[in-house]
Design a binder for this molecule. Sequence first.
Ligand code: DUC
Ligand code: ZN
Ligand code: ZN
Length: 464
Amino acid sequence: MIYDTVIKNSKVVAANGVVNSDIGIKNGRITAIDSKLDGDNIIDGTGLVALPGGIDSHVHISQPSGPGIEMADDFETGTRSAACGGNTTILPFCLPEEGQTLREAVVAYREKAEGNCMTDVSFHLIVKDTDPITIGQDLPALIKAGYTSFKVFMTYANLALSDRQILDVMAVAKEHNAMVMVHAENEDAIEFLRDKAELIGDTGPFHHASTRPIAVEREATHRAISLAEIAEVPLTIVHVSNGETIEEIQRARQRGLKVFAETCPQYITLTAEDLDRAGFEGAKYVCSPPPRAAQEWPKIWNGIQNKVFDIFSSDHCPFRFNDAAGKDAPGARQSFRNIPNGIPGVETRLPVLFSEGVVKKRITLEHFAAITATNHARLYGLYPRKGLIAVGADADIALWDPSLTKPIKQSELHHGSDYTPWEGFEVTGWPVQTILRGVTVMKDGLPIGEPIGQHLERGVMNVE
Ligand code: DUC
Ligand code: ZN
Ligand code: ZN
């Protein structure tokens, strides 16, 4: 057979092991993993590693962020940045604007994404209201339409649900076989600490971290797990930042509960001290949960190595730094309370993990593929179409140069933000070509071609 495209002679991180092979692509799908394949278009993969295109299942794009505040990425820049970072699918969150229903929000997000994406996309929902229409009609209808996961918050006054509300949402998940994702931080405890800090003038960016200590996350995680146990549903604890929270997850699993977990690059490479940088620079690192002390890093690595963590995502939540609609919002220099919450990272997630994990021999290539692509597809209903290199799967492939060494630089990134928290961070191993359903969308660090990304309707969880 003559394939549309053949990737010759790369080290292929395939679903059934690492092999030196060719990959044959026809009609956007992988149709052969074998030697001596022939194609119309030949890509020389000599010296390169072929990995499944990254799936970043925790991304915020064009999300309503409060009056006068604007997220730095729309679907064009967000997916361009994702593609340049070796990703082929991203899952942003769909949050209703004030007064909008969940269904209306989904329609609006689909419109914003349509025709603008350089990766495939699918949306998680954010459930912030539990009125009868949302819970009884919108949510079930949306799950049936392929929006099979949703996030609930235990923090932020305008988003946080009570325990009873969380249980009501979990009941819908149980009935319709959907996945609940939880942002686990105790809002009352944070508010208590925040009021105390402000009273004594502790108002700089660092106090975003000091008012969200580990206990706040550990307690909420324990509670979320207990609620899921009571409601009899699996759940995913997103953006886990520390060892004590890992222990809660391990204990729950030992009791036989289905608890999945996610961590992110900020929890193995940044610290709370970054929020204490001179002037207002610390605002560049304000995200929740906050980066912790460096002594938490090895605990997170242990959690990755011992498979406590199923997925490694960016939690890309970009704001511009020099911008009154971003980090420099009105009142932000007076109190950390007003600093928009989140950091950019969709383009740097994979290089940071490849360098710190694979190159430094903390994890294997197979493990890297699992936590950056395969497990995301399994958890969120995209498997086996996405997240693996196997015959029959979409030809979503990132070719990596495992020995290319260079520092991360804002000037070389493609997101809409004006900074990266990883400026100057030395990385070995970079994606040099991203292929989406057989079409090259990034080459040598630059985006290529038209935005061919599609919306993906998802099925339900597929976890062994
Ligand atoms: N939670 C996220 O998941 N992302 C950004 C901000 C937040 O609180
Ligand atoms: Zn969150
Ligand atoms: Zn997030």
